[in-house]
Write a protein that binds this ligand. Structure first.
Ligand code: MCN
Length: 792
């Protein structure tokens, strides 16, 4: 029997889409349990207030309401706070401040939307009525909202125990060497910028169902999570103090996460705890306005950056100072984002010999800020790629050529940057050249002239991004302060009749793992893809898992699967040797067939699998029955996808409207499993980057109200905003994982904002505009034009 055709590298259609497109997906909100109660959370209307009396009877009187719980109730049960998973050690060894974060507020509320109480009722509407009826004594206090104010003397304190609202003051790189580089510089380019706060908007809002079984004291939490094992670990160890073997966490189909569903949220702990209190299942689904207020936000940096260059444009040094908004509490991964996922990427694709970066993280009375697609790396790319483009303008150099001049060269890998990371491989010039060609950069001047003839301004902008993904090598993560290693686990079970069940610790919530992982398994085991089932998202079925974020699933989760398959093949060789009466060393394996070297004796993988489970004459002291192997894979390094993005915009100077006319993306993701899925990932990421660059931005009033709390005020990109994409890939395989693959899930969101903003600045250059903030809304662009003209 011939092995099925290889699938890796081909655009196999997504297996999971049959379920999604026919309405057969099973999401948390689809789950209903007999006798369940519905939860409504009571949220603070104030950014900062002392909590007085909470009058439970006012809600209990509402028909259908069964129970009301507050922070005091949870505290009385010994419930702990929501933890942060990364310890950042600041300057002079000062550890970060991690103030208490009770799931329901105790004594004080610290942001609009802070969770104050939960009302349980027979119906969703009754729960909501009860929540609205609950009388709470708030004593409003002054709030601090903006980064610029949070560190000022006399600013309101978010936590009494955190002096000056400073979570940490951290640095990386060599300050003395950087100062010396600036001393020698022929030219210094300076930049001040804001990386706008974003609000994640997955199609499926967060939801959770908590259950308790008094028969055996076990709990089940079904939740919209990207990493169910991590949620179980954090909830059991830090919050509810439960034995892990009594807690099952299930993340069924999840309708998008983009990072916002990797954190352990208050509602998950509350519904689990309250289910045992009332002895009934409890279901909660967020309303969209709750999502705006309580899903962790992203970005929110204020940065000054300086690039030192010599007379011919060679980079000598980079100096960066960033203020990062943590919001009111430290969310699960928040501390790592502006440090290890941001400052370590500031070398970009360049050979800058000296870099020094300082990051001060501050608490404010706003929604907590944590990872959002790209997490830290978009902020780093935005700083660096705006700065480089500005340097090119100031030096009157072609922006592509300035970059080319400073690229790390292919023969310099592995390349140790001055900011901790060691890139394993890359070929940056190859991506740049292909992008120049694909974007028709050489004929840009003609298109610019054509736009001008229509009264429009055309600009072109570049971004040569790099990211570190495949998070995270345990050795590096541990050294950087992670409280756990970030390996991944897999179990591959070759069933007796030829099907394969794969249990993975990764979690797919839009990325197509059921397809791409099956491609890897099918090719390596020589079975049809249809025979492979990928199981994820259930702590009772999967031995362990770190989940999906940081574009880690293929590079880390996929590598764990590849390792488990290697073990299956090794065992298959032993069985084949026994069956074929040959020495194990004489058994060769290729495309699903074991054969004795130099003979025509062979057995297929399917035959071996069957024999593995019916081992009539196995030497049982040497060979156990079964063909089921597990593996953990701890990456040796991050993977470093990189690429060049070139954006062309046309701006209407009368209205400030920006039309993104074409967007070229040439990415190096190493070996690609499924080009269609990867292209989809890049498209989605660019759409999110375009949202940040042109439309999205969370706005708080000075007293801490979230002004952009609905789609009336927070604009997401729509089909009409999506440009003519031009895609291609270059390939330098990752050198340290068995697949040669680098992550692709965040690249688009990381690389695109600076390309778009640089293009707008280029377009407006003739009018004297030399900067534009994100989001570059028509008003912001129009205002910049007026300011440059000296008008209002
Ligand atoms: N892939 C491939 N070849 C490569 C790299 C990846 O075929 N060289 C495939 C993978 O097998 C997988 C997909 O592309 O099917 C994305 O893989 P990877 O880059 O490993 O990223 P993850 O699967 O770990 O996904 C996480 C990443 C992140 S961090 C965010 S945020 C994000 C994203 O993916 N959130 C998403 N993409 C998303 N897409 C959807 N639809 N929804 C989200 O919430």
């Amino acid at each position: 029997m011939n092995a099925p055709a290889k699938t890796v590298g081909t655009s196999v259609k997504r297996t999971e889409d049959a379920r999604f497109l026919t309405g057969r997906g099973r999401y948390t909100d689809d789950i209903n349990r007999p006798n369940q109660l519905h939860a409504a959370f009571v949220r603070s209307p104030h950014a900062h207030a002392a909590l007085g009396e909470i009058d439970k009877p006012s809600a209990m009187d509402v028909p259908g309401v069964v129970a009301v719980f507050t922070g005091a109730d949870m505290a009385a049960d010994g419930v702990g706070g929501l933890p942060c998973g990364w310890q950042v050690i600041g300057k002079s060894g000062v550890p970060m401040k991690e103030p208490a974060h009770p799931p329901l507020a105790v004594g004080r509320v610290r942001h609009v939307g802070d969770t104050v109480a939960v009302v349980l009722a027979d119906s969703r509407h009754a729960a909501r009525d009860g929540a609205e009826a609950l009388m709470i004594d708030y004593d409003p206090q002054p709030a601090v909202v903006h980064l610029a104010d949070a560190g000022a003397a006399g600013a309101p304190q978010v936590h009494d125990e955190v002096d000056g609202n400073v979570c940490y003051d951290w640095e990386i790189g060599d300050q003395a060497a950087t100062d010396e580089a600036f001393g020698k510089a022929a030219h210094v380019t300076r930049l001040e910028l804001v990386n706008n706060r974003l609000i994640p908007n997955a199609i499926e809002p967060r939801a959770a169902v908590g259950e308790y079984d008094p028969a055996d004291g076990s709990y089940t939490l079904t939740t919209t999570s990207q990493n169910p094992h991590v949620i179980r670990l954090l909830m059991c160890a830090f919050v509810l103090n439960l034995p892990e073997h009594k807690v099952r966490v299930v993340a069924p189909d999840v309708g998008g996460g983009f990072g916002s569903k990797i954190f352990h949220y208050a509602e998950e702990a509350v519904v689990t705890w309250a289910a045992a209190k009332v002895g009934r299942p409890i279901k909660w689904t967020a309303e969209r306005s709750e999502s705006f207020m309580t899903d962790c936000h992203g970005r929110d940096h204020v940065t000054t950056a300086e690039l030192a260059l010599d007379a011919d444009g060679t980079f000598l040094g980079l100096r960066v100072k960033t203020l990062a908004n943590m919001g009111a509490y430290l969310s699960t991964f928040a501390s790592s984002v502006p440090t290890y996922l941001y400052a370590t990427l500031l070398a970009g694709q360049y050979r800058t010999p000296a870099i020094h970066a300082e990051v001060k993280a501050l608490f404010t009375h706003t929604t907590p800020v944590d990872a959002y697609r790209g997490a830290g790396r978009p902020e780093a790319t935005y700083v660096l790629e705006k700065l480089v483009e500005k340097a090119a303008r100031e030096l009157k150099m072609d922006p592509a050529e300035l970059r080319r001049k400073n690229f790390i060269q292919p023969d310099q890998f592995p390349y140790q940057t001055p900011v901790a990371l060691a890139y394993d491989t890359g070929h940056y010039e190859a991506s740049l050249d292909r992008a120049l060609e694909l974007s028709e950069y050489s004929s840009f001047a003609e298109r610019r002239a054509a736009s001008e003839a229509k009264g429009k301004l055309r600009g072109v902008g570049f971004s040569c991004y790099i990211e570190a993904c495949g998070i995270a090598p345990s050795a590096v993560a541990g050294a950087l302060g992670a409280r756990a290693g970030l390996y991944e686990a897999a179990e591959v079970r070759f069933n007796p009749t030829g099907s394969v069940t794969v249990f993975t610790g990764s979690h797919s919530h839009g990325q197509g793992h059921e397809t791409t992982f099956a491609q890897i398994v099918a090719d390596r085991l020589g079975v049809p893809m249809a025979n492979v089932e990928i199981v994820h998202g259930d702590t009772n079925r999967i031995p362990f898992g770190m989940g999906t974020y940081g574009s880690r699933s293929l590079a880390v989760g996929g590598s764990a699967i590849a390792r488990a398959i290697d073990k299956i093949i090794d065992k298959g060789k032993k069985i084949a040797a026994h069956m074929l009466e040959a020495g194990e060393g004489d058994i060769e394996y290729k495309d699903g067939v074991f054969s004795v070297a130099g003979t025509d004796k062979s057995l297929t993988m399917g035959e071996i699998a069957f024999q593995a489970y019916v081992p009539h004459n196995f030497p049982h002291d040497k060979l156990e029955p079964g063909l089921d192997e597990s593996a953990f894979y701890d990456p040796g390094n991050f993977t470093y996808p990189a690429g060049t993005y070139i954006c062309e915009v046309e701006v209407d100077p009368e209205t400030g409207h920006v039309h993104v006319d074409r967007f070229t993306a040439v990415d190096d993701f190493g070996t690609i499993i499924n080009p269609m899925i990867v292209e989809g990932q890049v498209q989605g990421g660019i759409a999110q980057g375009l949202g940040q660059a042109l439309l999205e931005g969370a706005v708080y009033s000075d007293d801490g109200q979230l002004v952009t709390g609905s789609y009336m005020d927070y604009a997401m990109p729509r089909a009409q905003h999506i440009p003519d994409y031009r895609f291609d890939f270059t390939c330098t395989p990752c050198t340290h994982n068995p697949l040669g693959a680098k992550g692709c899930g965040e690249a688009g969101a990381i690389g695109s904002p600076p390309a778009i903003i640089n293009a707008i600045i280029d377009a407006l250059g003739p009018l004297g505009v030399d900067d534009i903030p994100m989001p570059a809304t028509p008003l912001a662009v129009w205002q910049a034009i007026q300011d440059a003209k000296g008008g209002t």
